[in-house]
Design a protein around this ligand. Structure first.
Ligand SMILES: [Zn+2]
Length: 866
């Protein structure tokens, strides 16, 4: 046993003493008493006789035998968490029978019930809540699964792999046998049983395999799964076209369940999804929902190769599957939609979530080196920064060496449990480069801060750009080495001319220069520079860094108008707005309003980009950019700038906000872009306050889809309009039977930056539709409040901290993984004034003092307080 104080360390990894090659499971399903019989073929890997130690969680052992011989009590010891067989033979058949209670499982890991159906979640360590097992990713076994259940209540019986047999049994029961030919770790096991509606389709792989596709949803929901099915087929095609990866079974099933701790899970051949990421139609889903469904369906499908065929040796290597798959998902979305806007959205998400994490007490490397509960490391750093690191690798070695490296990885590591080193070795080989310095991206936490200053010599026509980097200290890592940073540098003039110049390392002149900063500081010398240049250092956001480039507002305005890179144009506008909101410039707001007006002129070409440009930096971003942030003052400054810009552009924004929606509804990227522009116009007009209520009500009443309805509600909320409540009441009456839409109703109120925010969330907490057991509902209230309403969460009287901490405590008893995640927003508590710090600390210490606090939540609280 491990006590709570001793973390699991990467440096202490040891291969397993025993391996399991084959496992046959028989489930006799009953909600309160499911019997699981597991027959494993076990073989010793260690030298000499050593105990076989199997993990368990809340298990009740019924029997254990080796090669058909029941074990005597001297031969083993057992607790609900551990089954130890003291001296097993070198190779044997192990039979273990356990009893579990899925109906009582509120943790939503292992086998549990959701809406009267059985389903599983095994990543990371849920399989041990089903049967005693070698529950670690480097033990790969072939699974055969027989499921038995009452036919009437559970007509659909699903597991991984291919269906080989099914039929009737006595007493109204029936069975199905599933065999997965691909060896897999236990975390990819899945089982589902219940009543579903299904839509089916098929996909023919490049080599001619006919794959039957099924999406299983609540009865009545089938039409709302069509978009997900379309996204699945596009994902399968895309992975063949871009990565040369084909699907490898005859069946691919997706099941949507309402009670799910995560977004979705990539179990081999049987993905299980949070229903919020499957169900969509124009009436009930926003464009963000459609986008997320496409991205997550793709993500889970892509795991079939990056995660399932090649899995992780241990949980420290989580980024090996997640960072890589996030990268693949982002590329898929970019190809399906607009590459420029996808990149900007990815960066916004990275900055909002990962940069905040990297700057606080929860900072950890992309590959962490220790943990108490791995559940706490499914983080923005592992996922989003992990994805950026792959993109950076591709920039550094070039697209060709990257592609050959991926091919080599798929070929060489297929069927193995691998490490980040195994992965990087493939690219070192195909690029012929020493990538040892690149490992710093995996080993060091903290966002590199890059500073760039240039000196132009008109006479010599030279430009010397000195770029330096510093990685800030993070918990446990006071000293850092410089990681290699890919920079994509372009120079333009104040008039927008693109300068063709030559770096001393280049043989010919270029408009854009791809360089790597792999030292603390370097001066890049450009020649043939005809005019004073305005440098863009990291076009396309070429590395996950912060940049201080010292540019003036005039220079940024030139970039906004003329830089050929859409990310640089967007970032220039954001930087100007940020500087204005933070009081770092005296340039009048009119200059920014004029520039944003130009984006509206260009909106015909790319309305999604114009929409992003109109969305000024969020309050959370300003908080992160300030030393001792005062949320109220920052909020006021942000609103003041938004008001000035909305006033200047009012004549152009109002028609956009009032425009009749396009019918029929199309989920295409172009149509979504036009709706995004309308939403952005509403958002900006909300800064003018209640005087715009008529505009918002018109948008609410004329909307033809959920996205526009929510945008109008958000505007009514943010404007402080008295009509907000009436619209909410009407909305509730219309949608009360649809839980996914009611989640939005909770979230739109929790996120509304209003004076009555706290009173509102308190009231929602006791609303009859608030369910502590349902993670979507909990997040719709608590995460929307803590993440999207920072002024209320960081209220000076501590009420926001108290609300979230106490809600997390209530949830902790039933669902520790969810409770622990709800505590993430406390990561910024030390940045604030002493009064706020005092409130946050008191709440965290109160949690720490709870004797019943889960290990998950305790680790989060202790790291946050450290
Ligand atoms: Zn994933």
């Amino acid at each position: 046993m491990r006590d709570a104080e001793s973390p699991i360390r990467l440096s202490e990894y040891r291969p397993p003493d025993y391996l399991i090659d084959e496992i046959a499971l028989v489930f006799s399903l009953e909600p309160q008493a499911t019997i699981v019989a597991a027959r494993s073929h076990v073989r010793r890997q260690a030298d000499g006789v050593t105990p076989l130690v199997l993990d368990g969680k809340r298990l009740e052992l019924q029997s254990v035998s080796i090669d058909g011989q029941p074990l005597t009590t001297e031969q083993y010891s057992v607790t609900p968490e551990l089954l130890t067989i003291h001296a097993p033979p070198a190779s044997f058949r192990l039979d273990v029978v356990t009893r579990i209670n899925p109906a009582a499982n509120t943790h939503l890991e292992g086998l549990y019930m959701s809406g009267g159906r059985f389903c599983t979640q095994c990543e990371a360590e849920g399989f041990r809540a089903i049967t005693y097992s070698l529950d670690r990713p480097d033990v790969l076994a072939r699974y055969a699964v027989r499921i038995e259940a009452a036919k009437e209540q559970y007509p659909t019986l699903l597991s991984n792999g291919n269906l080989v047999e099914h039929g009737g049994m006595e007493n109204g029961r029936h069975f199905a046998v599933w065999v997965d030919p691909h060896p897999k770790p236990s975390y990819l096991f899945a089982l589902v049983a219940g009543k579903f509606d299904a839509i089916t389709d098929s996909f023919k792989t490049r080599s001619g395999r006919e794959v039957l596709l099924g999406i299983h949803v609540d009865p009545g929901d089938a039409p709302r799964a069509l978009y997900a099915m379309d996204a699945l087929k596009r994902s399968m095609k895309w992975d063949e076209d871009v990565f040369g990866r084909e699907y490898d079974l005859d069946l691919f099933n997706i099941v949507a369940v309402r009670d799910f701790n995560f977004g979705a899970m990539e179990n081999k051949g049987l993905n299980i999804f949070n229903s919020s990421l499957i169900l969509a139609d124009a009436d009930t889903a926003t464009d963000a929902d459609f986008e997320a469904i496409e991205a997550v369906v793709g993500h889970e499908y892509f795991h079939n190769w990056t995660g399932n065929r090649i899995t992780c040796r241990d949980w420290f290597q989580l980024c090996l599957k997640e960072g890589l798959t996030v990268y693949r998902e982002q590329e898929f979305s970019a190809d399906q939609r607009s590459r420029a806007t996808q990149r900007i959205k990815d960066v916004k998400r990275l900055r909002a979530r990962q940069f905040a994490e990297d700057a606080g007490p929860l900072a950890h490397p992309v590959r962490p080196n220790q943990y108490q509960k791995i559940d706490n490391f499914y983080t923005a750093t592992v996922y989003e920064k992990g994805g950026e690191v792959i993109r950076l690798l591709k920039r550094m070695i070039g697209a060709d060496a990257f592609k050959r490296g991926m091919d080599l990885y798929f070929e060489r590591r297929d069927g193995t449990a691998s490490t980040v080193e195994d992965f990087i070795a493939c690219f070192a080989e195909t690029s012929g480069r020493d990538l040892s310095g690149f490992m710093r991206w995996y080993e060091q936490a903290g966002t590199p801060a890059v500073k760039a200053r240039g000196v132009y010599d008109a006479e010599a026509r030279t430009y010397h750009l000195t770029i330096s980097q510093r990685v800030p200290a993070t918990p446990g890592q006071p000293e850092k080495k410089p990681p290699p940073i890919a920079l994509q540098i372009g120079l333009i003039t104040q008039d927008g001319e693109r300068l063709t110049t030559q770096l001393e390392t280049e043989s010919v002149a270029h408009e854009e220069h791809h360089v790597v900063l792999d030292q603390t500081q370097h001066t890049f010398r450009f020649s043939g520079v005809a005019k004073p240049p305005i440098p863009a250092i990291a076009r396309g956001f070429s590395a996950p860094i912060t940049i201080d480039d010292g540019l003036s507002v005039e220079e940024r305005l030139a970039q906004m108008a003329h830089d050929p890179d859409p990310f640089t144009r967007w970032e220039a506008g954001q930087s100007i707005a940020r500087a204005m909101m933070l009081g770092q410039t005296s340039t009048p707001a009119a200059a920014l309003a004029t520039a944003l007006g130009r984006e509206l002129d260009r909106a015909q070409e790319d309305s999604a980009f114009a929409a992003l440009a109109l969305r000024l930096p969020e309050l959370s971003e300003l908080i992160l950019a300030s030393d001792k942030p005062d949320p109220d003052r920052l909020y006021a400054a942000r609103e003041a700038l938004r008001r000035e810009i909305a006033t200047a552009l009012r004549e152009r924004l109002e028609p956009l906000a009032r425009a009749k929606s396009e019918t029929p509804f199309s989920a295409s990227a172009d149509a979504a872009g036009r709706r995004a522009l309308k939403s952005a116009a509403l958002d900006l007009l909300a800064a003018l306050g209640a005087e715009q209520t008529d505009t918002f009500l018109a948008a609410y009443q004329n909307s033809t889809g959920m996205g526009e309805t929510i945008a109008a509600l958000e505007a009514l909320g943010a404007a402080g309009s008295g009509e907000f409540q009436a619209a909410l009441d009407e909305f509730y009456e219309r949608w009360k039977a649809n839980p996914l839409v009611i989640d939005k109703w909770f979230a739109v109120q929790a996120a509304a930056p209003r004076e009555d925010a706290m009173a509102r969330v308190e009231k929602l907490r006791s609303h009859p539709d608030f369910e502590l057991r349902n993670p979507n509902r909990v997040r719709a209230l608590a995460a929307a409040f803590a993440m999207r309403n920072p002024r209320a969460f960081h209220a000076a009287d501590g009420s926001g901290y108290r609300f979230v901490a106490r809600l997390a405590a209530d949830i902790d008893a039933m669902n520790p993984a969810l409770a622990s995640r709800l505590l993430t927003p406390f990561e910024s508590w030390r940045r604030f004034d002493s009064v706020r710090q005092g409130h946050a600390k008191a709440e965290l210490e109160r949690l720490a003092a709870l004797p019943t606090l889960s290990k998950n939540a305790r680790e989060m609280v202790e790291r946050t307080l450290a």
